[in-house]
Design a protein around this ligand. Structure first.
Ligand SMILES: *Cc1c(COP(=O)(O)O)cnc(C)c1O
Length: 469
């Protein structure tokens, strides 16, 4: 290789030494290079990835209009915490919290609802979890009772953040199994796991694994009776990462939010169906009494008194501008139209996929713009392929459609999932269905089982189900 020379403004990007050297993986390069070369090296590294819009695995926004994008790009250097310099960002965040709290029918009066901005639902769930843990600790201490063994109750359909919460704060995680019959949280089973050490029960609006909603009203009914009989006050948190921005617009009559008395807090992802680029989350408490004082930190930062509830200090402000922009730009009308379109596309795909002999939808209802399906019984018995093979085949046409097994106790069910987000048109859905049909025809024509099918048959045999073809 030629001797290293400094690249100059006239160096052709692909005529530079950098382009024939391995990319830095362990140590920082000794010398500078031009911005064009650095840009190309980083950009080119991303080319092998799926096109974000064809990624039907993610819930996170991959399309915003040009003005939103411009607004956010212009705010790229803004730090949310820097309130002396950017005081209006905090004002807009508080407005967003008010708007979201009202969308969720908060009973709290006044023009400053109790809530917080987060980097995503994960941080929002953490904050809600911590608030219930602190409330429970205080209450137990006041009663002179042991407060060292907290637990939290949630279904096995939970997102991994709850495992993190339990692990990091050393709270026992009590998981209500989902089964073939109980496809969402069973209220009775959940309450049966509660005791004096339960800090809260979590219901999920938009279960990540299946797209279904836990029945918050049913849970509230069971829990209220239990609380009354025992003298407890176990609250409900609703993890509405997806549902928080779907239900208010497409199913306004479903009671899952603060209209349900026992709901003490709700979290959502602004960057999922809030329609903002990552990362943004929100958490709202029923009222101030649910948000322990110890969680608000006041600091004097660069001359401004900043009161903040959150795990991070510095964080990007652009997402907050994006969220506030969306509220103004779309309004209730626009959110309803966008989400209804996503629902319509999801239902259309659900119907087309359900009509294929090789597939079976997991649920006949589509209540959020996502759904899962599995192989039909006949194909499960005789096919020479699995959904993992279909995933790999679709990837060749650029689609990312994930296959995975459902959580504990129904882990033998392998499903495939499609999340329909803003940016997926009927035309794209038709292309996808066409690609699925083509892939299935190819897989059905195989003479020998794929390695993934062989592995499946081996494990099925061990489980005592003998599938052969
Ligand atoms: C996505 C999701 C989360 C985590 O949200 P992030 O915004 O990715 O941090 C938590 N709970 C549920 C139900 C989710 O779907």
């Amino acid at each position: 290789m030629s001797q290293t020379k400094h690249s100059t403004a006239t160096t052709a990007v692909y005529g530079s030494d950098e382009m024939v050297r391995p990319a830095p993986t362990m140590t920082i390069p000794d010398e500078m290079t031009t911005p064009e070369i650095a840009y190309r090296m980083v950009k080119d590294e991303t080319y092998v990835q799926t096109q974000p819009r064809l990624n039907l695995a993610t819930f996170v926004t991959t399309y915003m209009d040009e003005y939103a994008t411009k607004l956010m790009n212009e705010a790229i250097a803004m730090n949310f915490i820097d309130q002396t310099e950017y005081p209006r960002v905090a004002v807009m965040a508080a407005r967003c919290i008010n708007i979201i709290a009202n969308l969720w029918h908060t009973p709290e009066k006044g023009d400053s609802k109790s809530g917080a901005t987060a980097v995503g639902s994960s941080e929002a769930c953490m904050l809600a979890g911590v608030s219930h843990w602190l409330r429970w600790r205080k209450r137990r201490a006041k009663e002179g009772k042991d407060n060292t063994r907290p637990n939290i109750v949630i279904s096995t359909g939970m997102q991994v953040v709850w495992e993190k919460f339990a692990q990091l704060w050393q709270v026992e995680l009590r998981q209500v199994p989902l089964t073939r019959e109980k496809r969402t949280l069973c209220a009775k089973d959940a309450v049966a796991m509660c005791d004096e050490n339960t800090i809260c029960v979590v219901a999920i609006a938009g279960v990540t694994w299946t797209g279904l909603n836990d029945d918050v009203e049913a849970l509230d009914k069971e829990l209220e009776a239990f609380n009354k009989s025992k003298g407890y006050d176990i609250p409900i948190h609703v993890d509405a990462a997806s549902g928080g921005f779907i239900l208010p617009f497409v199913s306004p009559d479903v009671r899952w939010d603060f209209r349900v008395k026992g709901v003490a807090s709700i979290s959502t992802s602004g960057h999922k169906f809030g329609l903002v680029y990552p990362g943004l989350g929100w958490v709202v408490w029923r009222d101030k009494s649910m948000l322990p004082e110890e969680m608000s930190f006041s600091v004097n930062y660069l001359g401004a008194e900043v009161t903040q509830v959150g795990l991070n200090f510095s964080r990007p402000a652009a997402q907050i501008l994006g969220q506030y922009y969306n509220f103004i730009r779309l309004g209730k009308e626009g959110y309803t139209k966008v989400q209804s379109n996503s629902m319509a596309i999801a239902r259309y795909c659900h119907e087309r996929i359900g009509a294929m002999k090789c597939f079976e939808n997991y649920s006949k209802d589509v209540v959020n713009p996502l759904f899962v399906w599995s192989l039909s019984e006949e194909w499960q018995k005789t096919a020479k392929w699995t959904l993992y093979d279909l995933q790999a085949s679709l990837q060749q046409s650029g689609w990312m459609v994930p296959a995975y097994s459902l959580p504990k106790s129904i882990e033998d069910i392998v499903v495939m999932r499609i999340v329909v987000r803003q940016g997926m048109s009927r035309d794209m859905a038709d292309m996808l269905i066409g690609d699925i049909e083509r892939s299935v025809a190819e897989l059905d024509a195989l003479k020998y089982p794929t390695p993934s099918r062989e592995a499946y048959e081996k494990s099925a045999k061990q489980l005592g189900k003998v599938y052969t073809h």
